[in-house]
Design a protein. Structure first.
Length: 269
């Protein structure tokens, strides 16, 4: 399915990272199920919900071939900051774009913690995404639980560090910020709806005040799953999902909940 060159901004954003949980066959089966779901879901079909899947790198080509037949899109879980060269084992934004990917995850807490990615590297990767026509899904989040004000201060500093570095290398464009408090990633439960909403209200206001970021959005990740989106403030544009959406039936539930939430917002307006 072809996507319009300049579509109207979606009212909600739902993304799923498969991390390294799936093998090749399961990835293909999952993407086929998602493509079928997206092709039948009214809110995805009409563009109210922007839906994307980030499979592991070796499966991106077949996953993209499947997802491009539907309103859903694909992307990568990582990117290298150079577009080509002697960088064994890495893959570039140029390659992701050529495959047909439209998104790339940058700065996830696991990459910060396990691989030592710092503000400089995350800024360079964000710049590579912009340069290659990809929407960065920039992950930010505080290490330990505290007050919403403390989380906002830390996360806006992370946003500014990445975007300022990227902006020094070229123009910045639309960004999806995935707010993922590190203490909630992999936990049995997400942060409370009140906490999430308070933090994202602050991040959304800050992000939209930055040059070129007027159409950017803030979504929540960190043990997010069915039932959460209905409890969040409207400043929360959507969810960045992991294991709780690895069952297509659970993803359908989340899409249905998001569509219901959008319908209620429309009535309230």
């Amino acid at each position: 399915m072809s996507h319009p060159a300049n579509p109207a901004p979606a009212k909600a954003v739902i993304g799923v990272s498969l991390k390294m949980y799936f093998g090749y066959r399961r990835t293909i089966d999952y993407c086929e199920a998602v493509a079928d779901l997206a092709s039948k879901h009214p809110a995805v079909l009409n563009g109210d919900i922007e839906l994307f899947i980030l499979p592991s790198a070796p499966t991106l080509v077949p996953a993209q071939a499947i997802l491009e037949t539907s309103p859903a899109a694909s992307g990568a879980q990582d990117i290298f900051w150079e577009d080509e060269g002697p960088y064994t084992g890495e893959y570039s934004g140029k390659l992701i774009n050529e495959i047909g990917g439209r998104y790339v995850e940058v700065g996830h807490a696991e990459r910060r913690r396990i691989f030592g990615e710092d503000h400089r590297i995350i800024g360079l990767k964000t710049a590579a995404a912009y340069r290659n026509g990809l929407t960065p899904v920039l992950c930010v989040g505080e290490l330990t639980a505290g007050s919403p004000e403390e989380a906002i201060a830390q996360c806006t500093a992370e946003i500014d560090a990445a975007l300022n570095r990227a902006g020094s290398l070229g123009p910045t464009t639309r960004t999806i910020i995935a707010y993922e408090p590190q203490w909630a990633i992999g936990a049995p439960e997400p942060a409370t709806p009140e906490y999430i909403s308070a933090v994202i209200r602050g991040l959304d206001a800050h992000l939209r005040s930055l040059p070129g970021q007027e159409n950017s959005r803030v979504i929540y990740g960190g043990s997010a799953g069915p039932g959460l989106i209905t409890e969040l403030d409207t400043a929360v544009a959507g969810l960045f999902l992991g294991r709780f959406a690895h069952d297509p039936a659970a993803l359908k539930t989340i899409l249905d909940e998001t569509a219901t939430r959008l319908a209620k917002q429309k009535v309230a307006a």
